[in-house]
Design a binder for this molecule. Sequence first.
Ligand code: C5P
Length: 221
Amino acid sequence: MTVTPLTIAIDGPAASGKGTLARRLADYYHLPYLDTGLTYRAVAHMLVTRGWPLDDEAHAIEAARLVDLSGLDRELLSAHEVADAASRVAVIPEVRRILVEKQRGFAAGPAGAVLDGRDIGTVVLPAADAKLYITASAEVRAARRLRDIESRGGRADLAEILADIRRRDERDTGRADSPLKPAADAHLLDTSEMSIEAAFQAAKAIVEDAVAARDKARHTG
Ligand code: C5P
């Protein structure tokens, strides 16, 4: 039994499985879910389709203002060129500020929410009820991404995916504003050797413990 609102922050590097876990937790707890990566992807996609350079800050800021959380098209934004472009616009502090504000608005609904990204536990929702940091080795993440592409009828090269993942990890952990890192109070979950089901059970146990601790603190406080 959990008391609402319930906010769950999930962070981790590209292809760590955090999206799958976030979606399953949102289903399980009947919470709205936001993949914040899509907001950065939407900005990048807008720049690319309008022929604006990715380091054009003024246009990136304008694009961030235009992002509508209810109109994010996962199919359209899923290409890995968009992901790479997203990690480039994500270094612009004003773009982050605008998107973070929208993301916080989403989480402020009456039920709470599950958000996943790179800075949810550290910046977007520092007071989240439960924080998870999902990792897996770069090799495992690349193999998962390849399987995912192939299962949808696509083709890709494992070495290229691995290089792409490493490049994005470096950009995401190395940027000055809101770098990817676990919040001090985040629970680490390494899914390298776990099935999706085992990872979900582990994530659920972490959330249950965090919520029990929260509710206990409320009752005694
Ligand atoms: O999660 P996803 O792969 O869709 O994210 C694309 C890029 O957007 C990431 O590589 C990262 O640079 C950026 N991002 C971010 N902060 C978030 C979510 C995504 O900087 N909360």
